[in-house]
Design a protein around this ligand. Sequence first.
Ligand SMILES: [Zn+2]
Length: 52
Amino acid sequence: MSQKECPSCALEVAQDADECPYCQYEFPDDPGNISYFIILLMIGLLLLWMLF
Ligand SMILES: [Zn+2]
C-alpha cells in the first residue's frame, strides 16, 4: 500500500497527503526532485572535469 509514516506523530498517512490528518504536520514538497537535480549537477561537473 502507498502509505508513509508521519515523522511527527508516527502514524501511517496516505503517500500523496500534503499534511498529516492527525497532527497537521506538513510534509515537505517533493524532496526527491531536489536530490535528482543535485545528482544531475554532479554528473555534469564530473563530465566537465573528465573532459578538461
Ligand atoms: Zn502526524
